[in-house]
Design a binder for this molecule. Structure first.
Ligand SMILES: [Zn+2]
Length: 430
């Protein structure tokens, strides 16, 4: 029996035979994630380097959300089956869900989406108009029983963590809330070095499948279009692409090989507030909020696979798992060893992720290793540098900088990282 048929997550071909910009190959070269016959299909493990990138992304987006007035929750990755019967997932989404776990007393399911849990966070307290808009956010784990043949690296998985949030709002506030999300998306794409994206506005078509009254749809569609217009971002309106429960904005990004993918999304929902009987005490009587579902970074899994392919592995400095590698020319020379340790310590003290590579190998092979790992800064210390307190720095792009004092290098690299600059050094193009 062909072992790759028994374990479809074990690549039939070694990573080296995949295209150079395929995230599965890059994930292997950069030591970011791995599959294993003992892990379920579509559930790779994040290795230490991948975990660094992920934790930097997670901290980044959680901070951005906090700055934008989101409140974070932690909710269990399982829900009672009844929750998904109310939400409608059980009827319409069951084939993408894992079978329920029955413990004799109740049936629970691994959640395919986080929305119902955030609805619980909304409705577990009486709400008034003063609480709105309420923005509930979570890096929420979700599970999808995707067909095994469609699974691929980190881009299509069965367990994922979504950069998820739900806004509960008065329908009169739709335009402001959508504008807030779009400005977060634009800021994140600039920091991640993503470009070439465009917006797609999915509107309702003809037919009776669309819930809620036509007046609310008209207002909502006009509010979405107005928010995009106000921000000056172009968009393509597409009739008949809306979900039955509300219009949405998709951010289309260019993928590998010219394919276009939806990455971020903002979705209006009139339906779930109805299904879960959400309400708030308004100034003139009870009101029903509308919901906005949004994701800026998509799932952590898709985000990393996408960044790897967009940047061909050359992640922006602030995301690189190792930012600085310090190399003694002669690893057995005591002065050089002391000097490289000092450079690496200074880099770490400035918040950079720095390593010393003093393996007993020729300098050339250690340089090649650092290049394969796409380390942004290679710092070489020989006798001359060890004696002078200067360092010779080469950028990942191949450019060599003039020798400079350690402090100047450290301040420069730390500045690039903290500004989330897309350049490797100063304002030069690299
Ligand atoms: Zn949702």
């Amino acid at each position: 029996m062909n072992p790759s048929a028994a374990h479809p997550h074990v690549p039939a071909e070694p990573a080296a035979s995949l295209p150079a910009d395929d995230h599965r190959r890059l994930g292997h070269e950069l030591d970011l994630f791995a599959s294993d016959p003992l892990l379920p299909v579509g559930m790779p493990i994040w290795l230490p380097n991948g975990a660094i990138v992920r934790s930097v992304l997670e901290r980044y987006i959680v901070d951005a959300e906090r700055d934008s007035g989101y409140a974070h929750v932690y909710s269990p990755p399982l829900g009672r089956k009844a929750m998904y019967e109310i939400s409608g997932h059980w009827d319409h989404f069951a084939e993408a869900m894992f079978p329920p776990i029955d413990d004799g007393a109740e049936q629970v399911v691994l959640r395919p989406m986080n929305c119902p849990h955030h609805i619980v966070a909304y409705r577990c307290r009486p709400r008034s108009w003063r609480d709105l808009p309420l923005r509930i956010a979570e890096l929420g784990a979700m599970f999808r029983n995707e067909p095994s043949g469609s699974l691929s690296g980190l881009s299509r998985v069965r367990a994922m963590v979504l950069n998820d949030a739900h806004h509960f709002l008065d329908p009169a506030r739709i335009a402001e809330e959508v504008a807030l999300v779009i400005s977060m998306i634009e800021a994140a794409y600039a920091d991640l070095g993503l470009s070439g994206h465009h917006y797609r506005l999915s509107l309702r078509g003809d037919g009776a499948k669309y819930v809620a009254d036509p007046g609310l749809w008209d207002r909502a569609e006009a509010a979405l279009a107005g928010a995009l217009d106000d921000l000056g971002v172009g968009y393509e309106p597409v009739r008949g692409e809306a979900a039955f429960y509300g219009p949405k904005v998709d951010v289309q990004v260019p993928g590998r090989g010219g394919r276009e993918e939806s990455f971020s999304s903002v979705q209006l929902d009139f339906h779930l507030p109805e299904r879960f009987s959400l309400s708030y005490a308004g100034a003139g009587g009870p009101g029903r909020p509308v919901m906005l579902h949004r994701s800026v970074l998509s799932s952590m899994e898709r985000c990393l696979s996408f960044l790897l392919e967009q940047h061909a592995g050359n992640l922006p400095v602030w995301l690189a798992p190792v930012q600085v590698v310090v190399l003694p020319v002669n690893p057995s020379d005591g002065d050089q060893r002391r000097a490289v340790d000092e450079v690496s310590r200074a880099a770490r003290a400035a918040g950079l992720r720095s390593e010393v590579d003093a393996a007993d190998e020729p300098l050339g092979s250690r340089v090649r290793k650092a290049r394969l790992r796409r380390v942004p800064y290679r710092v070489v210390v020989g006798d001359r540098e060890a004696g002078s307190g200067k360092v010779a720095v080469s950028l990942r792009s191949g450019r060599a900088l003039e020798p400079m004092p350690v402090a100047r290098f450290v301040a420069g690299a730390a500045g690039v990282a903290s500004r989330r600059s897309q350049d490797l050094w100063g304002s030069h193009s690299d």
